[in-house]
Design a binder for this molecule. Structure first.
Ligand code: PTJ
Length: 266
């Protein structure tokens, strides 16, 4: 893990929400360095809100999705991990480790194409140990016609020809476009009813800061399985049911919190 960004000791280590605030600061630092877009701050806040109603922990349903996601990455011919500003700022080392563990290259693909951002993200990932990054040479990019946003510009050796694209944390329109192109999409999204979450083949409803390290662990476990066993894990996974189960779990958690809040007030 890299050092935290609490250089001026603004965050006391015994603060009950230290970890969450530390990640918030990574996003703020990332925005100052052009890695994160301004909208990335808002996305982080939205994510925190959903994380609250998940109890800020990885559920057993997220674990099921992680298992299927890693199995799918391991059986894919040309898997790619798409990286945006928020993911690069929050978990650069973990992205590099996952890329190595499942043999899927990292491709920088951003929604907000402000000048200097691709270079800033390249630097962060290179410092974290990335060797063969895709999406770094803007003159080489080709387009995915189904998409109108800046995300349409992709690497000809990456997303353009990938069979499975892993999109940790992003806006919805790309997942729909990739599905129309008959690609497999794996998403991590704290919002279980976002368009990305609904359209993806495998949706991990969890925080990327917990889910990606877990994926690295699971890749170690699954890498010795036979291809048929991995295919079975993917086939047995029902994304729609898993999202429904997650929503039920959230309802139940909120009920429990309602009781707990009343008990505090008694
Ligand atoms: O770096 P860029 O230019 O590619 O832009 C990236 C952002 C995130 C700004 C862009 O993709 C965007 O605007 O996304 P949205 O529409 O805000 O969607 C982000 C989704 O990610 C929301 O559903 C959030 O709940 C979710 N999210 C935020 N933080 C996390 C998260 N999901 C998992 N882990 C998080 N840490």
């Amino acid at each position: 893990m890299r050092e935290d960004v609490n250089h001026d000791n603004t965050l006391p280590k015994d603060h009950p929400r230290y970890e969450s605030l530390e990640y918030r600061h990574r996003i703020i630092e990332g925005m100052k360095n052009l890695v994160v877009s301004e909208a990335g701050l808002i996305a982080q806040g939205r994510g925190e809100c959903f994380d609250y109603i998940l109890g800020e922990k990885t559920s057993r349903f997220a674990e099921k999705a992680i298992m299927a996601a890693v199995a799918l990455l391991l059986i894919s011919e040309k898997p790619v991990i798409s990286v945006n500003g928020n993911t690069a700022a929050l978990i650069p080392h973990e992205l590099v480790s996952l890329s190595n563990a499942v043999s899927a290259p990292l491709e920088i693909n951003i929604f907000y194409g402000k000048e200097g951002r691709v270079k800033a993200i390249t630097d962060v990932l290179t410092d974290a140990g990335a060797l063969n990054l895709l999406g770094t040479d803007e003159s080489e990019m080709v387009e995915i016609e189904e998409l109108s946003s800046n995300r349409r510009r992709v690497d000809p050796n990456g997303i353009k020809i990938a069979d499975t694209i892993f999109v940790p944390l992003e806006d919805g329109d790309r997942t729909e476009a990739l599905k129309r192109l008959e690609r497999k999409v794996i998403a991590i999204d704290l919002n279980p009813i976002s368009r990305t979450a609904i359209w993806a083949d495998i949706t991990i409803v969890d925080n990327i800061v917990r889910a990606v390290p877990k994926m690295i662990e699971v890749a170690e476990e699954l890498k010795n399985l036979k291809k048929e066993e991995l295919i079975k894990i993917v086939k047995d996974f029902d994304n729609k049911k898993n999202i429904q189960d997650t929503l039920e779990m959230i309802k139940q958690y909120i009920e429990e919190q309602k009781e707990a809040a009343f008990n505090i007030l008694k």
